[in-house]
Design a protein. Structure first.
Length: 137
C-alpha cells in the first residue's frame, strides 16, 4: 500500500537528507559524466553553422567535457564563463550539501537580483563572447 503524500514528504525533512542526495548526485555526475560524453553525439551550434559566428555558449560542451577529465586549462580555453560557472556551481553544491549534512539550513535565495548584479552578469557574458570571437571558437 503506498504511503500518503504527507508521510512521504517527511522523509526529506530529516536533517542531512538534502545534502546526502545532492552529494550523491554530484558524485554520480562526476563518475558518469565522462562516460556519457564519450559516446554522446551532439549537434553543432546552429548559429555558428548558419552564420559562422559563435554564440556566447559555443564550446560549453567541450568545456564541461574537459572539466570531467580534470583539464581545467582546456576547459577555460573552450569557454571561460561556462567553465567558471560549472566549477563554482559544483563547489557551491558541495558546500550546501555539507551544511545540510550538519543540519545547517540552506540560506534563502533572493527572488530578484539587484541591478548592479544583472549588469555585471551581462558584462561577463559580453566579455566571454568577445573572447570566443577573438579566439575563433
Amino acid at each position: 500500500m503506498p504511503r500518503p503524500a504527507a508521510e512521504a514528504r517527511t522523509v526529506f525533512r530529516k536533517p542531512g537528507t538534502h545534502g546526502a542526495l545532492v552529494l550523491a548526485g554530484v558524485l554520480g555526475a562526476f563518475l558518469l559524466g565522462p562516460r556519457l560524453f564519450s559516446f554522446a553525439i551532439l549537434p553543432p551550434c546552429l548559429l555558428k553553422s548558419v552564420t559562422g559566428v559563435p554564440c556566447p555558449g559555443c564550446g560549453s560542451t567541450r568545456a564541461v567535457k574537459a572539466l570531467f577529465a580534470l583539464d581545467v586549462p582546456a576547459a577555460l580555453a573552450w569557454n571561460p564563463l561556462v567553465a567558471l560557472a560549472a566549477i563554482l556551481g559544483g563547489l557551491g553544491l558541495v558546500a550546501l550539501s555539507v551544511r545540510s549534512l550538519f543540519g545547517v539550513p540552506f540560506p534563502p535565495f533572493p527572488n530578484d537580483l539587484p541591478l548592479w548584479m544583472k549588469l555585471l552578469l551581462a558584462l561577463l557574458v559580453a566579455a566571454n563572447w568577445a573572447y570566443l570571437l577573438a579566439a575563433g571558437r
